[in-house]
Design a binder for this molecule. Structure first.
Ligand code: NAD
Length: 494
């Protein structure tokens, strides 16, 4: 039957009103049932929004440093339980234990970073154009925030949203990805145990088209913060646009690593392997294109293929495994389909390309690490997000051409250049259209205290992480304090 988990609404763990559940399977072994979770719909979302609305006023009475203290206590719990949380996460979504430990660590880092904001959340004072008048700005919370997250960072991404949202004084209804509800429940349990008052965070499990859509549509939700695919993000944004609801979007990427002819090739290969095959290529920042100078492309390709063939694939809980399974069958089909598209487009498959389904792989969604060469910039495999362990090598003649190819997609999340020439590095980092740029490092590896997000179709101008995250979860109020004792009129000649 599997363990039955519940929604968290108004400080209580409750099943879906309908009584229905859905199953969550281990993608490395589908005989392993991780648990059953409430199949929630608009009724459950409504109850959660009511609870969040009710808690809003009293939560705002809690001084910010005290809110930060609760988050710090939750951080201590995450630190204490890190190993166990990571094991559950690997079982739930497949990435290797080293990476799920990193995922929990990111939530710990975010908790530490944002709790400190409880003693800052600075506003400004500024002169007035009139005498005996004082002007200042303060940040105010927005209201009930609807948070919708994907499955590839099951605790890190929720932490980027839930923790800043509540620190700033908002209350939350959180709809985690249907593939990873367990890790989200674990994070909310840490907040509960840390003393978070009932109703401040409410968690509702369920599918996007039902529970997610109901959250977006709910009139009492003031803000939607969404991370996921462009396709869904577009729909979420247009609904929010109709309702004049605030919306922050973090979406897909088609990230590239440029390798120049003077690069340290060993280093560039290590970066490419980690960027392309880490998290089984299922990171929004994954390296999907390798744009390589023609003078080194032959050597680089040979080295990469040799290394890709050695990547050990398997159950992420087992020792020495470097790459786990794909998240689910639908995503597996998408990855295999893109591999076929690449072959039909005329790209040359150098290694990988097949599903692994024999022996120890029989019950899971495994694909070989895959490398294509002879890829041209306009091919679909060089343009569309694959979200799997598939990387394309594109040959270029110059830095200018490399940057042009880099910028030639609709996305703009992460970018990287390997070169020893500082002039080339600076040329690239000023001209590459991306929210994140790494010099002599792979496209993956964000840190919580820096702004995170992308340009073009990757986002809509917001940045999570860093001090910029509070711009999403607060709005500015300008305050004019007149202590002259008379009516003073701004801009009016007397
Ligand atoms: P997805 O868009 O399918 O789902 C994301 C979330 O949206 C899930 O919780 C899902 O249930 C919900 N959802 C689905 N349909 C909905 C609807 N109609 N209304 C409201 N909610 C709905 O994405 P995914 O497959 O979970 O994640 C992979 C995608 O996420 C990739 O495109 C990846 O690049 C992107 N991603 C982006 C970032 C970033 O920060 N830019 C980070 C991680 C993942």
């Amino acid at each position: 039957m599997g363990q039955l988990f519940k929604n968290y609404i108004g400080g209580k763990w409750v099943g879906a009103r309908s009584g229905k559940t859905f199953s969550n399977l281990n993608p490395a072994n589908t005989d392993d049932l991780v648990g059953r979770f409430p199949l929630s719909d608009s009724k459950d979302i409504n109850l959660a929004v009511v609870a969040a609305k009710k808690a809003y006023a009293s939560w705002n009475e809690v001084p910010l440093p005290e809110r930060g203290d609760i988050i710090m206590r939750a951080r201590d719990i995450l630190i204490r339980d890190k190993q166990e949380l990571a094991k559950h996460m690997t079982r739930e979504m497949g990435k290797v234990l080293k990476e799920t430990l990193g995922d929990v660590q990111e939530a710990i880092d975010m908790a530490g970073f944002i709790a400190g904001e409880g003693r800052r959340l600075y506003g400004e004072t500024t002169p007035s154009e009139l005498a005996n008048k004082f002007c200042m700005t303060v940040r105010a919370p927005i209201g009930v925030c609807g948070l919708i997250t994907p499955w590839n960072f099951p605790m890190a991404i929720p932490s980027w949203k839930v923790l800043p949202a509540i620190l700033c004084g908002n209350t939350v209804v959180f709809k985690p990805a249907e593939d990873t509800p367990l890790s989200s429940i674990r994070m909310i349990q840490a907040l509960e145990r840390a003393g978070l008052p009932p109703g401040v965070v409410n968690l509702v499990c369920g599918y996007g088209e039902t529970a997610g859509a109901a959250l977006v549509d709910h009139p009492d939700v003031s803000l939607i913060s969404f991370t996921g695919s462009c396709e869904v993000g577009r729909e979420v944004a247009s609904k929010c646009g109709q309702d004049l609801k605030r919306v922050s979007l973090e979406m897909g990427g088609k990230n590239a690593q440029i390798v120049m002819d003077d690069a340290d090739l060993e280093l560039a290969i290590e970066g490419a392997v980690w960027g392309a095959f880490g998290t089984t290529g299922q990171r929004c920042t994954a390296t999907s294109r390798l744009i390589v100078h023609e003078k080194v492309v032959a050597k680089f390709t040979k080295m990469l293929v040799a290394r890709a063939k050695k990547v050990s694939v398997g159950d992420g809980l087992k020792k020495n495994i470097e790459m786990g399974p794909i998240i689910n069958e639908k995503q597996l089909k998408q990855v295999l389909n893109y591999i076929e598209i690449g072959k039909k487009e005329g790209a040359k498959l150098l290694c990988g390309g097949k599903r692994l389904d024999k022996g120890k792989f029989k019950k899971g969604f495994f694909v070989e690490p895959t490398v294509f060469t002879n890829v041209t910039p306009k091919m679909r495999i060089a343009q569309e997000e694959i979200f799997g362990p598939v990387v394309s090598i594109i040959k270029v003649k110059s830095l200018a051409e490399a940057i042009k190819v880099h910028n030639g997609t609709d996305y703009g999340l992460s970018s990287s250049i390997y070169t020893r020439d500082v002039n080339q590095a600076f040329q690239a980092l000023t001209k590459m259209e991306a929210g994140l740029t790494y010099v002599n490092g792979p496209t993956i590896g964000a840190e919580v205290h820096l702004p995170f997000g992308g340009v073009k179709n990757t986002g809509n101008g917001h940045r999570e992480g860093g001090k910029t995250v509070v711009d999403i979860f607060t709005e500015w109020r300008a305050i004019f304090f007149d202590y002259s004792g008379k009516l003073q009129k701004a801009q009016i000649d007397d």
